[in-house]
Design a protein around this ligand. Structure first.
Ligand SMILES: [Zn+2]
Ligand SMILES: [Zn+2]
Length: 188
């Protein structure tokens, strides 16, 4: 079996998380996780499968995706191009999956981040449209929050966040929003 990122490298037997059998590349340090190994391993994990409800920018602070992360990969089992899906850690990276056999490829260091995010035993979630949309919306609201703090300063920003929450929960909250908008809608 050849490395998805370099056909001249032959993969060797290895393990992730102690007992998940993988094929490892000694050159780029990536790991191929065959679906025939992953499925039985995952079903042995005692942790309940709960969809991840958080994405924290703190995870993977010291992880810089390796160069191979940007490189297209070929499935070592069926030779098809691997599809990629983004994981939004501090430094976003891609996990790859073969659309045909369902095997996964992790470049060097990615598995450890997935473990930290508790996604390692439900890798297929990363490839669901639902999860990706959720990640995008969380990141978007984090960005908006940061920009608000940046423009208003932390104290005023905090008041705005609190007011937004109060209005959101109030049955007539939209009246409050309309009032604020009118206040700022005056012609110069
Ligand atoms: Zn390699
Ligand atoms: Zn394949």
């Amino acid at each position: 079996m050849q490395c998805p990122k370099d056909k001249n490298e032959t993969l060797v037997d290895g393990f992730l998380s102690g007992d998940l059998p993988v094929k490892h590349c000694v050159d780029c340090q990536g790991s191929w996780i065959s679906s025939t190994d992953y499925e039985p391993w995952r079903s042995q994990q005692r942790r309940q499968m709960i969809p991840p409800t958080y994405v924290t920018r703190e995870v993977g602070r010291d992880f810089i995706p390796p160069e191979t992360d940007m490189k297209a990969g070929l499935c070592p089992e069926c030779n098809r191009y691997l599809s990629r899906s983004k994981v939004m850690a501090k430094n976003p990276f891609y996990v790859e999956r073969c659309p045909s056999c369902g095997g996964f490829w992790c470049d060097r260091g990615e598995w450890e981040i997935l473990e930290e995010l508790e996604l390692h035993d439900s890798l297929e979630q990363i490839f669901s449209g639902e999860w990706q949309a959720r990640v995008r919306s969380i990141l978007q609201s984090e960005k908006e929050r940061d920009a608000t703090i940046d423009k208003l300063g932390p104290e005023v920003a905090e008041m705005v966040f609190q007011l937004a929450e109060v209005l959101e929960q109030h049955p007539n909250g939209d009246f409050g929003v309309a009032y604020l908008m009118r206040r700022f809608d005056k012609p110069q």
